[in-house]
Ligand binder design. Structure first.
Ligand code: UD1
Ligand code: CA
Length: 461
């Protein structure tokens, strides 16, 4: 078996994005363009992936940290063939192999078709091949010129093309297959004698053609998916394509999605059939939503697990949270990282939770902050309850048992424990542990002064 090696070219500046962020780090439905591409390339099972970085090299390298890829830095960037020259040493170490070269900005490339071309190329005697596509408007692309037998003979860039050559609608997609080490003798012959004064990678094709004709091309069947993302407009179009395909798949699997054109669901999300997703919702990251759940409008769910039968009501923000079965969350609820609820839990409007472990059947229906807290089962947290978990320096924990009743407007100054079955009177500030089964109350006794209003009026004349 010959080795499969993939080279991703991502050193360019991406000028047309008009952005401070390197082009390949703009996100496409929640993940950087380059990460989406690398993840899809991994499906081809290559022995090695090398990414050529240059512009903002350090930031791009950092974004690739979690992938099994090598990087090489191309500085300065003298053209696409120069990018290949920069990686030459690493490629030569691999001995014999089939090299796939792709630009870093084609995250939607149809990977199955690419895999098929890869196999055909591998089994052929060609030294190099490219994927061409037909475009109604080929402006800006390298035109693919063929000989009388229909074999690729040369690629000519827009800026170097004659008016006659410019009428060609078949263009170079910028995806190549090459045999190593055979390719290197031709690479040495590439010059910068062209309009842009760059080392053009497509020049390899005419060099090989002239020597032995061992070049070829494959025709990509879905042109728009081979096109790179070069501008904000193209990014938004690619993102829309991916969004529609994610939603289409979920619909086909039995998820109900109302007004799907208003719904944002990222590719890593799993939603089981029988769940209902309402208009204007956003579901992101590694979220899992089980059957029988309903997500109401204007809610956002990020990296969370929502178990069977749970309803996330309007305007809620659920992040890094695990919600149990048959819970009612929201409207206007915000759960933050480390929130874990049991089953049949209710968190109502304007309740914020963080690192909160909440047992089965417990409720906080209105206006609360529950942070760094463990709450048992069937406990009722009254409106306006606050866990005072921060002393200015440290985060401190509150523990509340089962079947506890916490009256409205209670503050629990952590660290503090409330035993099972305890009652806390409304308006209480808890600063000491409350033993099991007891009532805690800390309020100034109420005093009524009869006739006070009448006297006041008289005083004031
Ligand atoms: C290139 C092709 C063109 C093809 C088009 C398809 C050349 C000379 N032309 O043109 O035939 O139709 O792609 O999109 O190759 N890069 C580097 N280092 C460099 C220069 C570029 O890594 O020194 C990377 C870029 O980051 C980009 C890719 O190579 O990902 C393509 O470069 P780009 O400048 O966009 O080439 P095009 O002019 O689009
Ligand atoms: Ca390009």
């Amino acid at each position: 078996m010959r080795k499969k090696i993939v080279l991703i070219l991502a050193a360019g500046k991406g000028t047309r994005m008009k952005s401070q962020t390197p082009k390949v780090l703009h996100t496409l439905l929640g993940k950087p363009i380059i990460s989406r591409l690398v993840e899809s390339i991994i499906a081809l099972n290559p022995q090695k992936i090398i990414v050529v970085v240059g512009h903002e090299a350090e930031i791009v390298k950092k974004a690739l940290e979690n992938y099994d890829v090598e990087t090489v830095v191309q500085e300065p960037q003298l053209g696409t063939a120069h990018a290949l020259m920069t990686a030459r040493k690493q490629l030569e170490e691999e001995g014999e192999g089939d090299l796939l070269i792709v630009s870093g900005d084609v995250p939607l490339v149809p990977i199955d078709e690419l895999g098929f071309f890869y196999k055909m190329f591998s089994e052929s005697s060609d030294i190099a091949s490219l994927v061409s596509i037909n475009l109604e408007n080929p402006y800006g692309y390298g035109r693919v010129l063929k000989d009388f037998e229909g074999r690729l003979r040369k690629v000519v860039e827009e800026k170097d093309a004659t008016p006659a050559q410019k009428t060609t609608k078949e263009v170079n997609s910028g995806i190549y297959f090459m045999k190593i080490p055979e390719i290197f003798e031709y690479l040495d012959k590439i010059t910068t004698k062209n309009e842009q004064g760059e080392y053009y990678l497509p020049d390899l094709f005419s060099l090989i053609y002239e020597k032995n004709k061992k070049v070829n091309s494959f025709k990509g069947s879905i042109p728009e998916r081979y096109l790179g993302i070069n501008s904000q407009f193209e990014l938004s179009r690619a993102e829309e394509w991916l969004r529609v395909s994610v939603i289409g798949k979920l619909l086909s699997e039995g998820v109900t999605i109302k007004m799907p054109d208003t719904v944002w669901i990222e590719p890593e999300v799993s939603i089981r059939s029988g769940a209902i997703i309402n208009p204007f919702t956003k579901i992101c990251g590694e979220t899992v939503i089980e059957t029988g759940c309903e997500v109401m409008s204007f809610s956002t769910i990020i990296d969370s697990k929502i178990d069977t039968g749970t309803i996330i009501r309007e305007y809620s923000l659920i992040e890094k949270t695990s919600v149990g079965k048959n819970c009612k969350i929201g409207p206007y609820c915000r759960t933050r990282e480390g929130t874990i609820t049991g089953n049949n839990v209710k968190l109502g409007n304007f309740v914020e939770t963080k690192k909160a472990i909440i047992g089965d059947g417990s409720k906080a229906n209105h206006l609360s902050y529950l942070g760094d807290v463990k709450i048992g089962s069937k406990t009722n947290v009254g409106a306006g309850t606050i866990t005072c978990n921060y002393d200015g320096k440290n985060k401190l924990e509150t523990q509340i048992g089962d079947n506890v009743f916490i009256g409205s407007d209670t503050q629990l100054v952590a660290p503090v424990k409330v035993g099972n079955g305890a009652y806390i009177g409304a308006g209480t500030t808890i600063t000491k542990d409350v033993p099991e089964g007891s009532l805690a109350i800390s309020r100034v006794n109420q005093k009524n002064i009869e006739g006070w209003v009448e006297k006041k009026k008289k005083r004031e004349g």
